[in-house]
Design a protein around this ligand. Structure first.
Ligand SMILES: Nc1nc2c(c(=O)[nH]1)N[C@H]1C(S)=C(S)[C@@H](COP(=O)(O)O)O[C@H]1N2
Ligand SMILES: [Mo]
Length: 220
């Protein structure tokens, strides 16, 4: 889904983003993306945040590489109407009074003066047409109680395949008959065998080893 954002970026926000970036490898943008998503259970939010913090171990640096730009799209590719996402329904959207609205600034910021909406509108603006990815996992269940999950980008990777055959034979039992997910960009445990069900979800499904503490991303 693509959506158009009218964005403003004050030097203070850009600086805060950069600091978070360098210190924790997690951008403000990634966090605010999460909160805008259609995640209903508190527990799954916690699990997503835990999963995200586990990404932050160097192997996934490319995800948050400050020099890697997200793809941009022409106006014709905008999804309309754009679906509503929140932890409540659309008729419960919070009402904000723009005339009294103030953006408070706090923490290690030199100028902590709140900004009014009029002041914000007066700043230089940029626009972007970019893809909104809520969370989007693909989960797998296996015949032997094994289970696992991968991000959508990995699922759509050209070398991620469902293996039904091994060499010249039907996939043998020990390698996952009748179906094994083969992901050459990931560690062995991310390749579920004997798959009986696949599902797409926005709630972090975890995995057999991941839920015992293994790194969820475990790949390149
Ligand atoms: N269903 C199922 N899938 C699984 C496992 C398992 O125990 N059960 N083990 C994983 C691990 S740890 C590895 S290394 C690979 C091994 O796959 P292979 O036997 O095809 O080499 O399968 C993965 N997929
Ligand atoms: Mo493994």
């Amino acid at each position: 889904m693509n959506r158009k954002f009218e964005l403003l970026r004050t030097p203070a926000i850009a600086n805060l983003e950069r600091r978070l970036f360098l210190k924790r490898g997690l951008s403000l943008g990634a966090l605010s993306l999460l909160t805008g998503c259609n995640i209903t259970e508190q527990e799954s939010v916690q699990r997503v945040l835990m999963a995200m913090s586990r990404w932050n171990d160097g192997a996934q640096q490319w995800l948050f590489n400050p020099h890697r730009l997200a793809p941009e799209f022409p106006e014709s590719r905008i999804t309309r109407p754009f679906p509503f996402n929140a932890y409540y329904s659309e008729d419960e959207v919070v009402e904000v009074d723009g005339s009294s609205y103030k953006l408070e600034l706090a923490g290690m910021i030199r100028e902590r003066k709140p900004w009014t909406l009029a002041q914000l509108y007066a700043l230089a603006q940029v626009s972007q047409v970019t893809r909104h990815i809520c969370v989007e996992y693909v989960g797998f269940q296996c015949a032997d109680d094994y289970y696992g999950s991968i991000d959508m980008a990995t699922a759509l990777h050209p070398q991620t395949i469902i293996a039904l055959r091994y060499g010249d034979e039907i996939l043998p039992p020990k390698y996952g008959y009748p179906m094994k997910l083969r992901i050459p960009t990931k560690l062995g445990f991310k390749n579920p065998k004997h798959i009986t069900a696949m599902f797409v979800t926005n709630e972090y499904p975890g995995g057999y080893w991941e839920d015992k503490g293994y790194n969820w991303f475990s790949g390149s």
